[in-house]
Design a protein around this ligand. Structure first.
Ligand code: NDP
Length: 446
């Protein structure tokens, strides 16, 4: 179909998929970047790539019944969005959080298509999860839920079809319970999930990969301004997987992270979070329901309840918690206070207006699909190690991760540089899109 303008196309997407606000936001961001590329290429127009790329190949919704420790029966919704398999098996995490719905998972799966493409590996885009809330559940309840979830999901995934991983609320423990159930149902030991423990097929550096990768990406961005991480003050949101390992790598590279947060507020440690203090956070979060405010009590620093850390003066900000956690007012405050680098450890943490502000201000802004691609990249390496049954050493994985982040950065530079400004949003979107779109065309109208 021919559209008069971007707005015309986006109106059509909104009409076709009503009430999926986060999905609309993700599509708008990509379309803004790729519109001219598509309009200037007859092949893309004749193959109607735009209309095809915004429709998932498949979206599965299912019932997940489970019984709690008091024998009460519960039902949650389970989802798997298999969005695009043009360049490889569907790949993307599973999120367990009460906010999960179809629109949020479609946005995450859509982002994943371009992110996976940027890694250069053979992975299509997918995402899934449930509105199940793991907070406050016993270990036994988590296991029961994971087993029920996998009983249905197992019909739709496989190591050559769709390989889920973790995301918010899904870590090594949940991956373990789901892997065990898949193996029991199928009687096969394959790399059907990534993020596994290393004793049974997981990759070294996978837990670290997203956070480390985000910091490697920041380092690359700084190099374009002949700068580095040494002595930089960094605000981080979140205190889960991505936040913890971003914090760790920052400390190792000489930066000074000063905040961490969770949904109840943030801690501000003006002396800088050290590796020893970070160890306390890791142990705290292992306990699942523990709050970051414990850090403030333990180390006698401020806990600012109900707020996000974007009011703290910093050079670099890393939003690593969740979508739309940084709005345009936060963005203005950050740049007013001198922040000149923002890299998204989380998926779509900045609102559309906030992104526009960062780009207008010409700061170094790394969008999630580029900056946090390290996690899925090492998941891709885990898939290769599972296929060959040959594990890589920790330094080997870390070096490969670094190399992939450098390549993603240079793809962004290639596709996003106009005059002397690197627009990483355009660079990531166009760079990710071209490979997927060309592969779709190669494979015909399917
Ligand atoms: P975790 O579950 O380990 O941690 C999530 C953190 O974010 C927690 O501190 C949590 O606080 C906080 N958080 C979650 N929801 C909200 C909310 N609505 N408001 C405020 N804080 C919130 O998840 P991850 O670290 O794995 O994921 C974080 C982000 O990174 C997500 O956007 C995810 O999609 C993205 N990502 C993750 C990858 C990975 O490899 N894990 C890969 C690429 C992207 P609380 O405990 O209070 O809820």
């Amino acid at each position: 179909m021919n559209y008069k303008s971007k707005d015309d196309f986006l109106t059509n997407v909104k009409l076709k998929f009503p009430n999926e606000n986060e999905f609309h936001q993700a599509v708008e961001e990509v379309i803004n970047s790729i519109w001219d590329t598509v309009q200037g290429d007859e092949n893309y127009l004749n193959n109607n790539i735009l209309d095809r790329i915004v429709v998932p190949e498949r979206a599965i919704i299912f019932r997940v019944p489970w019984v709690d420790d008091n024998k009460k029966v519960h039902v949650n919704l389970g989802y798997r969005i298999q969005f695009n398999s043009a360049i490889g098996p569907y790949k993307g995490g599973l999120r367990f959080h009460p906010s999960v719905n179809l629109g949020i998972l479609k946005f995450l799966a859509f982002e994943q298509i371009f992110k996976n493409s940027l890694t250069g590996l053979s992975m299509g885009g997918g995402k899934g999860g449930s509105d199940f809330d793991p907070k406050g559940k016993s270990d036994n309840e988590i296991m029961k839920f994971c087993q029920s979830f996998m009983t249905e999901l197992s019909k739709h995934i496989g190591h050559n079809t769709d390989v889920p991983a973790g995301d918010i609320g899904v870590g090594g423990r949940e991956i373990g319970y789901m892997f065990g159930q898949y193996k029991r149902l199928r009687n096969e030991f394959t790399g059907v999930l990534t993020g596994k423990k290393t004793d049974w097929g997981g990759s070294l550096i996978r837990p670290e990969a997203t956070g480390y990768g985000t910091v490697y990406f920041v380092d690359e961005m700084l190099k374009t301004r002949k700068d580095n991480l040494s002595g930089k003050v960094v605000t981080i949101s979140g205190s889960g997987n991505v936040a913890q390992f971003a914090c760790e790598k920052l400390i190792q590279l000489g930066a000074k992270p000063v905040t961490l947060s969770d949904s109840s507020g943030y801690i501000y440690d003006s002396n800088g979070i050290t590796l020893e203090k970070l160890e306390f956070v890791k142990e705290l979060k292992e306990k699942r329901s523990a709050r970051i405010s414990e850090y403030a009590k333990k180390f006698n620093v401020e806990f600012i309840e109900g707020k996000t850390p974007w009011e703290v003066v910093c050079d670099i900000a890393l939003p690593c918690a969740t979508q739309n956690e940084l709005n345009v007012d936060d963005a203005k405050l950050l740049t007013k206070n001198g922040c000149f680098v923002v890299a998204e450890g989380a998926n779509m943490p900045s609102t559309t207006d906030a992104v526009h502000h960062f780009i207008n201000e010409k700061i170094l802004f790394g969008p999630g699909k580029a900056a946090n691609a390290g996690g899925v990249a090492v998941s891709g390496l885990e898939m290769s190690q599972n296929s060959t049954r040959m594990p890589l050493k920790s330094e080997e994985v870390d070096n490969l991760l670094k190399g992939i982040m450098e390549r993603i950065h240079s793809t962004c530079v290639t596709y996003g540089t106009k005059e002397d400004f690197i627009n990483y949003v355009d660079g990531a979107n166009i760079g990710g899109f071209v490979r997927v779109a060309d592969s779709m065309i190669d494979q015909g109208i399917v």
